[in-house]
Structures are given as C-alpha cells and as structure tokens.
Design a protein around this ligand. Structure first.
Ligand SMILES: *Cc1c(COP(=O)(O)O)cnc(C)c1O
Length: 400
C-alpha cells in the first residue's frame, strides 16, 4: 500500500467522518503551489477555503509566527500582552471600527456578534425576546448559534431545536427583509458577498436600503466578512465597495492566514452599549500566537500592497473566466468580486469537475449546489491565472 493510501486509511480509522475528503494528501506549500506526499504539484485556487491569502512560505509571516512561538504562545485573557495591543490597533485602523474581540474561528465571531446585538437591545428595553433577521442560503458556521442564523435546511434540520428568535429573508430582496422586521428585531445579519451559498454579491441598492432601514429602526447591521473580507474583493472589506458601514463586522479566514483566529468588530455605538466585563470570554481567543499572526498579516498586506494587487489583477481573472463561460455551454454564469469568483455549472456535477481538476494539478472548490468557486491566494499573478485557465480547460474538455 502506498504511503498516501496508508495515511488516508488511518485518518479515516480515527477521525470522525464529517468530511468526504478528496483523495489527496498534501505535504507542503510554496507560493501558490501545493505538493502532495507523492511530490505531485498543484496550483492552488482554493487557499484552504479563502484562508491562505499570502501564499505558502511567506518568510515575513513565518518569521513572525516562529518568533512569537519562541517568546510566548499563550497567557489567557487575564493579562495584557503586546501582540494583542498591536493586532487590535491594526484591526481598528483597517476597519474604521471602534473595538475588537478576538475569537478562535469564524463561527465564534458570529456567536459574539449575536451576543453583542442581543445585549445592545436588552440594555435598551430590558426585554429578552429579541429577534435577528438572517438570510436564506447564507452561511455563518456550524456551532448552534451560528447554525441558527445559517439559512440552509440541510445543515440545520438534524440539530433542531436551534436558537430561537431568528427570522429568515431573501438575500437581495429588500421587501422580504422589511417584511420580517418587528418591534423585537435587534439585528440584521448578512454576508456582504455570500460565499458557501454560491458566491452572490449583495446588490448595492439592497445593502444601502438595509442600512437605511437599520438606521431608522435602531437595528444593528451585522456584516459577515469572514470570507469576503481581508482584501479578497480588492477592498480591505467588501462593504467598502458599497460605501456601507456595519455596526458589527465579523472576520476570520484570512485574518490569521492559517493560524486559527477570528474577530468581531464593533462601531462606537455598538461598543458603547453592549458587552461589558464578564459578558463574554474565551481561553485561547486572541492569544499571543494568534495576535502575532494577525499583526504580521496586516503589515504584510500593507507592505506588499496586497489589496491594490487584487484590485489591479481581478479584471484579468474576470475576463478569462467570462471567456470560459462563453466557450462552454454548460457554464452559464460568472459571479463574484475580486478574487472571490463563482462559475455556475448546469447539467454536470460540480464535484466531478473539482475532482478532475485535482487530477490535472489544480485545486478549486465548489459552493452552493452547482457553483465552481475560485478563491486563490491573493498574491496570484497573471501567469498563474493563465495556467489555471489552461488546466481548467483540460478539465472542462474531459467532463464536457
Ligand atoms: C467560513 C465561514 C464562517 C465560519 O467560519 P469557521 O472558522 O469555519 O467557523 C462564517 N461565515 C462565513 C461567511 C464563512 O465563509
């Protein structure tokens, strides 16, 4: 039996089977390329699900993280440490928000945002029957709270009863959102660009109207930028493209570029009247290692002008993908912003295309029911895009 086969078999023997993994055992990464245990090279347009923005082996990132491991990995949140100060300052400066709380994951960032919104409303009227409006086809994570606001019956049904006080509306349908507003609504939660649901950017008119509605009714607008934030759309955060500011924003995925960390960030209004000492906590969240990663990620983004690079290079990616869509009859649409792109596939199983791409040495992902998802490291160049298209054409030729 090959080494790869043995690793896969033993993994399945011990790890709870909640993922149907692709039969690839990755060993190391370099730039925008991954290598499996057989030495086969893959061009990575998945980035560990929109996480590894900087490419593999960035020496500044590696040095900062290794240096922090040697100094101090963990202290708990009972004490101060310099990486927390630095990471928090950089999050606040780059979001234009007021306060940040660091978590270990995206789902936990959503949990914190929900708690902050409920506390805000509780302090206002003292009642505890507040409601959150979330979107159909959304994705916010797998913990019970985050799952409760994830508008996907397949994910939710086996785990009911979920958290109460959640109403669902249709993304990009303002009237359906307004129809769910009651006296008890404390927050409206949405992804600025829906990711797992199939790469749907918010319509500008929709997002602006939701913001206005929130202002009129003193409802907090929570924007989930866990996937679409951190430069992926060619803006630091996707909401900047819309000129819409949230009251609470969540980040994770690329925030620590692979070191597990998330955050929820509050504007002055939400921070002033929500979570207080004793209301929320975490043992690991924002520990020195995680904060050193966050801190160096912001520095590298600034120094290497990553966001500008995405904005400059994304039109080339879009042009190439549009060409594919017009060439192949079973590709019917491209959707997305920046380096967060989806291609709609009709009449062919998306999973088969993803699998065939792996055989051709290309990592791509799927989203929703029938969407190919491209979320490459943010450092890809035009030559990488050309190579991706060449490989994808071979794949499409095979399945078509
Ligand atoms: C991935 C994701 C989450 C959940 O993050 P985890 O770190 O997996 O808990 C939440 N919201 C969005 C938009 C995501 O893409």
């Amino acid at each position: 039996m090959s080494n790869a086969q043995q690793i896969m078999n033993e993994t399945e023997q011990y790890v709870l089977h909640t993922y149907n993994r692709f039969p690839v055992v990755f060993e190391r990464g370099e730039g925008v390329r991954l290598y499996d245990v057989n030495g086969k090279e893959y061009l990575d347009f998945g980035a560990g699900i929109a996480v590894f923005a900087l490419g593999y082996g960035n020496s500044t990132f590696n040095k900062a993280v290794k240096g922090q491991i040697d100094r101090l990995v963990h202290t708990s949140n009972l004490f101060y440490h310099e990486p927390l100060r630095d990471a928090a300052r950089k999050v606040i400066e780059h979001t234009g928000m007021s306060k940040v709380f660091f978590t270990n994951s995206g789902a936990e960032a959503i949990e914190g945002a929900i708690k902050a919104a409920r506390k805000y409303a509780y302090l206002k009227d003292g009642s505890n029957d507040h409601e959150i409006i979330a979107m159909n086809q959304s994705f916010h994570g797998r913990t019970i709270g985050a799952l409760s606001v994830t508008g996907n019956a397949h994910y939710q049904d086996p785990f009911r009863p979920l958290m109460g006080g959640v109403r669902f509306a249709d993304f990009n349908d303002f009237e359906s959102v307004r129809a769910q507003v009651t006296d008890k609504t404390c927050a409206i939660l949405l992804e600025t660009v829906q990711g797992e649901g199939g790469i749907y950017p918010a319509d500008p008119g929709f997002l602006t109207s939701v913001r206005k509605l929130c202002d009129e009714k003193d409802i907090l607008l929570i924007l989930d930028e866990i996937q679409c934030g951190m430069g992926r759309t060619g803006h630091w955060f996707a909401c900047e493209a819309y000129n819409v500011k949230p009251d609470i924003m969540t980040a994770a995925k690329a925030l620590g570029c692979g070191i597990p960390v998330g955050a929820f960030v509050l504007n002055e209004k939400a921070a002033a009247k929500s979570l207080e000492a004793g209301d929320h906590g975490t043992t690991y969240g924002g520990n020195p290692l995680a904060c050193a990663a966050v801190s160096t990620v912001f520095d590298i983004f600034d120094q290497e002008k990553i966001v500008e690079h995405v904005a400059q290079t994304a039109p080339y990616l879009e042009e190439k993908l549009d060409a594919l869509v017009s060439e192949y009859s079973f590709l019917t649409q491209r959707r997305g912003m920046g380096f967060m792109q989806g291609i709609v596939v009709e009449g062919k199983p998306v999973g088969e295309i993803v699998r065939a791409a792996l055989e051709e040495g290309l990592v791509i992902l799927s989203a929703g029911r029938n969407v190919l998802r491209l979320v490459p490291p943010l450092i890809i160049e035009k030559a990488d895009i050309d190579e991706m298209v060449m490989k994808l054409e071979r794949v499409l030729g095979r399945v078509g």
